[in-house]
Write a protein that binds this ligand. Sequence first.
Ligand code: BG6
Length: 484
Amino acid sequence: MDMEEMKVTRFPKDFLWGSASAAYQIEGGWKEDGKGVTNWDTFVRIPGKTYKATTGDVAVDHYHHYKEDIALMAEMGLKTYRFSVSWARIYPEGRGTVNEKGLAFYQDIIDECLKYGIEPMVTIFHWDLPQALVDLYGGWESPNIIEDYVRYARTLFEHYGDKVKYWITLNEQNIFTSLGWLTAQHPPGKFDAQKTFYQVNHHAFMAHAKAVLAYREMGGKGEIGASFAYTPSYAIDCKPINAMAKRDYDELKNFWWMDVYAYGRYPKAAMAYLKKKGYAPEIADGDMDILKKAASEITFMGVNYYQSCVCEYNPMDGVTPYGTMNTTGVKGSAQELGMQGIYKNPANPYLMTTDWDWTIDPMGLRFCCREITSRYGLPIVISENGLGAFDKKTEGNQIHDEYRIHYLKEHLKELGKAIEEGCEIWAYCTWSFTDLLSWLNGYQKRYGFVYVDRDEEDGGTLNRYKKDSFYWYQDVIKTDGENL
Ligand code: BG6
């Protein structure tokens, strides 16, 4: 389809122009008002795990600045704000007694948003898990997590269900499980635990599915789905073995998750491969029926999009999934990765990269939307998209982040084309609203429209300053994306 000449149509009037965050990355107040300790509170204290040993103890202190932050969102004209709830604020021990102060905190955030006409979009789990559940039964490794997660989700539905219309069950299940059980970069820091990895994922799917069903059973009429970190792939060339490498990559790295959310089934070729390797998850009787039932109840696919990748056949003695990740911002320090005997992901010679070696590919966003639309026929919420960069505060507290404006503008143009091509896109949330803690990359990798004065060491003023991109997005929202 030659869409080159196609003018980007106006985004729908009710389009949810948004921005996103996650509790651990912004809140701080890690022990305040009864909050329990989480797996991340523990993990960041292990030497060598995060860039310059950064923690979210204070983060950007949203816990004490939320009114100021939401007022800035209102000034910008934001239509939706996606944020996550920290499970350990609600249930400090992960289960048992509810913490009223934790409930009140998110109630305030929701009310503050609604006061300004900002639609709250709640992520139930964005990676910070009560440590007590890890100590008790190994967290996601045990099927016990399913019941505890559902109880926690029910508590949120019960308390906030009348005000919150958009729910995201899990943020990037594919990422937190991969980094947690394959590459040891996230808690619980396990390496190459393939069998456990797939089992953990099955538990997470079941938790998601049962929460979706609980929501409907409780009378929830809003929108509910999961947010998937979608990295679409391009075959390096037309050599059939490379086209097959792309196909295998998609089955193992993308459809393995999205097919379960949307259809309640695992992709067949990937399952056959995992069975052969002895990695396939144990599936209890009735599980697949529950996954199917939940799949018919989700109403959108959440997509976190940052980059695309290239696929090429990888011989048995080729690169592994385990290599250095660029967490310093020194360009070119990331290694090529892949699965032996299946695929590898070489750099794309046609595209530029960020300082953290993430490929910049606006068209990839449209590609995601098109794939989801044709494969699943679901509406789409872009729940994250953004550029991590070194920003500099200059004289007069100005931050000239024209590179971020360029990045977002190009992505939005492609999103507009996807809408023209028939994709039903409900929302676009940039990552992120304020600067925040990047899990492994410290505070120097900034994503926000609002600069927060802090660096790797605690002790900055935590003052907020609007970047140039703030005013740019404000105008995009005001004009419904007409001037992109
Ligand atoms: C997504 C996560 O993977 O990407 C966010 O949902 C994260 O929590 C974002 O911060 C950007 O990744 P990073 O590693 O640059 O912080």
